[in-house]
Design a protein around this ligand. Structure first.
Ligand SMILES: [Zn+2]
Length: 407
């Protein structure tokens, strides 16, 4: 019954495995452990659906979490809720499997894990909507007593929710839980690299500095494990959710639908480099709704291809959208009427890009050394981690690949 410390390096992808310092901790994890740098992610490449797939072994057609936010037509950006809570997931998670086996879990900023009864220690990933108090919201969505202790001990490491302080705080809180409580399963989410890429670009100096900070955080957790009796045989697993691509052009699809007189027919939700189209208030029930978009305007709309509902079903996308659109390289979709995206890079795309290839690296007792697994799928992550812990995710569609990593 191995213990696992799972760390998500948000926005780390294939190309980074050739850019990290050869002397850094992640390179050492590759040499002294086993890894895969071609973990194919899901559609759309968004943080929340992917983290849910990791932790369940199921894709959005089964988890119900297919975007970061439920569709909220007409609601301003700063008033839209996200899929923050555990109850949004329709299938069992690793947290549930651990709890059923009598183990205790820790969840630090893990997405879609708020109000999770199966996590004994939880710092929630949630943010305030307009007019809400951020502190009160975090206390309501996590484990208040634990959060207050964590804040008292490590609150000086962060300045609100800005990076890199927030991820430094997450690492310190997680290391402390590992030392004090030796959880069976810990899940920690570092947002630092994702934020640096959004703000400054995929391979900006700021992003490369965030890669190094993540190295240091992984090492901090590893040291805490090695120094704690009962945790020294645990596995450290580093995963990622998606890469990013640089933005050269923004297309506001909501404005475009209005221009083409389609704003009653269709409602669009932008997911960065893809977009989902839902029935609008005056939807006429078209047999091929993707044909509502004028074919000669697709280039103008920044669309490289359309996904029909049958395509979405084949990709195990969530139910709801009539069809979806993939952005041309460099194009980002925006659907906020009065605001344009002001980011340098983003994600949300569909299959076939290098930035779809993610990380799964594991180091610890009993793991092969210096072995690279050629390919995995994101839905295999959860069952594989369950396999390491001697557990099973019974509803998972992914495969338990743990035997390939074990010596
Ligand atoms: Zn992400």
């Amino acid at each position: 019954m191995r213990k696992v410390v799972l760390v998500s390096l948000d926005a780390f992808f294939y190309a980074d495995t050739f850019r990290i310092s050869p002397d850094g901790f992640l390179s050492r994890m590759f040499r002294e452990g086993a890894f895969c740098r071609r973990v194919e992610t899901i559609f759309p490449a968004l943080t929340y659906p992917i983290h849910v797939t990791m932790i369940t072994g199921c894709e959005p057609d089964k988890t119900g979490v297919g975007q970061n936010q439920p569709p909220q037509p007409g609601v301003p950006q700063d008033m839209r809720v996200w899929y923050w809570e555990r109850k949004n997931i329709r299938v069992p998670t690793l947290f549930d499997a651990v709890k059923s086996a009598g183990g205790r879990s820790c969840s630090i900023f893990w997405p879609v894990a708020c109000r999770n009864k199966a996590a004994r220690w939880c710092v929630p990933e949630v943010h305030p909507l307009r007019g809400e108090n951020p502190v009160m919201k975090a206390l309501r969505y996590g484990n208040a007593a634990f959060e207050l202790l964590a804040e008292a001990k490590f609150g000086s490491l962060r300045q609100g929710i800005s990076e890199p302080g927030l991820s430094n705080f997450a690492a310190a809180v997680a290391a402390n839980v590992i030392r004090r409580h030796k959880p069976k399963f810990s899940a920690i989410h570092f947002i630092d690299l994702d934020e640096a890429r959004h703000k400054h670009g995929v391979f900006s100096p700021e992003a490369l500095a965030a890669l190094e900070r993540n190295d240091a955080r992984l090492e901090q957790l590893w040291q805490a494990m090695q120094a704690t009796p009962g945790m020294e045989d645990a596995l450290l697993i580093a995963v990622s959710d998606h890469g990013q691509e640089d933005i050269t052009e923004t297309v506001n699809l909501t404005k475009k639908l209005a221009e083409y007189g389609l704003d009653r027919e269709l409602f669009v939700q932008s997911n960065g480099m893809s977009a989902c189209f839902f029935p609008g208030p005056g939807y006429s029930g078209h047999a091929d709704p993707e044909k509502l978009l004028p074919p000669d305007k697709l280039d103008d709309l920044g669309i490289s291809r359309l996904y029909t509902r049958a395509d979405l079903d084949a990709m195990h996308a969530v139910e709801g959208p009539l069809f979806a659109a993939e952005a041309k390289p460099g194009v980002v979709f925006s659907d906020a009427l009065d605001e344009e995206k002001r980011e340098a890079a983003t994600h949300g795309f569909g299959p076939g890009r290098e930035a779809d290839l993610c990380l799964f690296a594991v180091r610890g007792k009993g793991i092969k050394e210096g072995v690279e697994i050629p390919a995995m799928h994101m839905r295999d992550v959860g069952p594989t981690i369950a396999g390491f812990m001697g557990l099973e995710l019974q509803e998972a569609d992914g495969i338990d690949r743990s035997a390939e990593f074990l010596a």
